[in-house]
Design a protein around this ligand. Sequence first.
Ligand code: ZN
Length: 351
Amino acid sequence: MSVRFPVFDGHNDFLLRLLRDPERREEIWLKGENKGHLDLPRMTSGGFAGGFFAIYVPSEGDFGDIDAIMDNPPFAIDLPEPEPLDRAQGVALAMAGHLLWMERASDGAFRICRSAAEIRECLSRGVIAAIMHIEGAEAIGSDLDALHAFHAMGLRSIGPVWSRPTVFGHGVPFAFPSSPDTGDGLTAAGKDLVRLCNELRILVDLSHLNEKGFDDVAALSDAPLVATHSNAHAITPSSRNLTDRQLAVIRESGGMVGLNFATSFLRPDGRRGNDTSFEPILRHLDHLIEHLGEDHVGFGSDFDGATVPGDLGDVAGLPALTAALQTHGYDDALLLKLSHLNWLSVLDRTL
Ligand code: ZN
């Protein structure tokens, strides 16, 4: 089946589902059970060309029922404790192992890519293309040796922080309404991490960083600036979203933003809930395109990591989203850019 607008996507948390239920990974990934947002059969039917697969270490401590709190804005959730290196490395290695298993188990239908050229080749052959991404660099010590190890495994993208402090910097707490300017910038180790990522041609993800950290990366990095899964603060004033000033900095660098489908970051009222239509997606996209230009916007779904609009449902709902964007007035050329061409362009210039 050929798909008109194959979607390459900036962020998903599918690996978390395998981490939590490793015994059943064949059923979850290969067979698909219509649970969560992603699996191989639904990716194929939804025209999902591939994307960034996050290695993310869940916090061990209990820091409250985040979902329940995010149902009722305003809220400000304290940052969880830092994760110790030894635990984080074990979890991250297990998740990298799951991703490598997905490639082996998929009989050629799914491939971990190390360059934009490899992603293009996958797109042309209908193979789903994965970028190995680390969300929150807890598995990397301040000596950075583990970055070389993960790079050798296929890592091509890393966020110095999730919404939690690391030896590299400070994430934003989940808060609404809130400015993203919530604390100090990168540490000396964080600056070393950015320099080494530039040298190894690993993408540095700005999503989850606070505003000072964002500015530190912007001042240091020689690569296009990328927020893989963030939205417009002018529409939804969440700590996780980007101000118009930040969007201008990203545009200036030739970078891009992947639109996050998480309802908490989409709805102007900041409320989490799947009783949400495509409408806030259209509003954020219009705003991002106005401020970034149409060559600097894509998708960063947060599938399997967030509550998405009911109109979308899961990855199989992507064609319905594309249809809604067409009805909204986006032409084919723009839809091709949003769905995958902009991601390919930024990865061409980064990896
Ligand atoms: Zn995230």
